[in-house]
Design a protein around this ligand. Structure first.
Ligand code: SAM
Length: 266
C-alpha cells in the first residue's frame, strides 16, 4: 500500500475502507466463485483495486462501483482493461435494472461493512437475476446469516435472508489480512437465489415485518410478540400445530414461511 502514501491518500473508516493486502484471498474468492470468461461480474467497493484486477482478467465484463473518487489515482492502471466499467458512484443509488449482462451475473465484493444489509437487500431484490453473490462480510454478521434455530445468533436477519437465498460459508479471513487492521475478523459467504421463491418478492416487506414482530422481544413467547398483529393468536398457533409456548427462535425459516402464508388466510 505504498501507493497510498505516494498519492497522499488517507483511508476513511467511515466508508469501511479496510483494504486487502494479501492477494491470495481475493484469488481464492474468484476461484471458488465459479466465474468464467463468459460472465459479467459486479463489484461493490473497489478500494485500491486488488480484487478488481483479478476480476478484469477473468470475466467478460466487470461493472465496479466505488463511492470515493479520491482513490482514482490508484485505479489508473485498471483503466487499460476495456472490459471494465468503473463507476465512481454510491452502489446503493445505482440503477441495476440497466446493467448490460453477458453470460451469468455474479456479485463479488469485499463489502463496506457499515452497509452490508442494504447491499444484500439490493442484490436480492433490486438486481437482475444473478447466479452467485460471493461477499466478504464481518464474521459475526456471517454467523447471524448462517445461524441455526435456538442459537443466540439466530434471528430476524437469518430468517429474512434465508427466505430468498441459500447462504453458505466459504472461508474465514483473519483481520491481519487488511490495512488498516480492523477490529473484527471476516468471512466470505456465498448467496444463491432460491429457484422458487416461497415468498413473492412484492411481499418482502410484509414478510419482513412479520418476522421482525415475531422476534421483537426475544425472551417473550411468540404469542406475546404477535398478539397485536394476529387476532386470537393462540388459536392461530394451535391450528398451525405449534405450541402456545413456542419462542420465535425455535422456528426454522421454513416454518416462518409456512406461518406467514397461513396468516394471510387467517
Ligand atoms: N475491494 C477492496 C479490497 O478488497 O481491498 C476494498 C474493500 S473496502 C472493505 C470497501 C470499499 O467500499 C471502500 O473502498 C469504500 O470506499 C467503498 N464504499 C463504501 N461505501 C460505498 C458505497 N455506498 N458504494 C460503493 N462503494 C462504497
Amino acid at each position: 500500500m505504498k501507493k497510498l502514501k505516494k498519492y497522499n491518500i488517507s483511508l476513511k473508516r467511515s466508508l469501511g475502507q479496510n483494504f486487502l493486502i494479501n492477494e491470495s484471498i481475493p484469488r481464492k474468492i474468484v476461484e471458488t466463485s465459479g466465474l468464467t470468461t463468459e460472465d459479467t461480474v459486479v463489484e461493490i467497493g473497489v478500494g485500491a483495486g486488488v480484487l478488481t484486477s483479478l476480476l478484469v482478467r477473468k470475466a467478460k465484463r466487470v461493472i465496479a462501483y466505488e463511492i470515493d473518487r479520491s482513490l482514482e489515482p490508484l485505479l489508473v492502471p485498471l483503466t487499460t482493461f476495456d472490459n471494465l466499467q468503473l463507476n465512481f458512484q454510491d452502489f446503493l443509488k445505482a440503477d441495476l435494472s440497466t446493467l448490460e449482462v453477458e453470460g451469468d451475473l455474479y456479485f463479488i465484493a469485499n463489502v463496506p461493512y457499515y452497509i452490508t444489509s442494504p447491499i444484500i437487500e439490493k442484490i436480492i431484490f433490486n438486481a437482475p437475476p444473478f447466479k452467485i453473490a460471493m461477499l466478504m462480510v464481518q464474521k459475526e454478521y456471517a454467523n447471524r446469516l448462517l445461524a441455526k434455530p435456538a442459537t443466540k445468533e439466530y434471528g430476524a436477519l437469518t430468517v429474512t435472508v434465508s427466505a430468498f437465498a441459500i447462504v453458505s460459508k466459504v472461508f474465514d479471513v483473519s483481520k491481519k489480512n487488511f490495512v488498516p487492521v480492523p477490529k473484527v475478523d471476516s468471512t466470505v459467504i456465498k448467496l444463491e437465489p432460491k429457484v422458487e421463491m416461497e415468498i413473492p418478492v412484492e411481499e418482502k416487506d410484509k414478510f419482513r415485518a412479520f418476522v421482525r414482530s415475531s422476534f421483537a422481544q426475544r425472551r417473550k413467547k411468540l404469542k406475546n410478540n404477535l398478539k397485536a398483529l394476529i387476532p386470537d393468536v393462540e388459536a392461530f398457533l394451535n391450528e398451525a400445530g405449534l405450541s402456545e409456548n413456542i419462542r420465535a427462535e425455535e422456528l426454522s425459516p421454513d416454518e416462518f414461511i409456512a406461518l406467514y402464508h397461513r396468516l394471510k388466510r387467517w
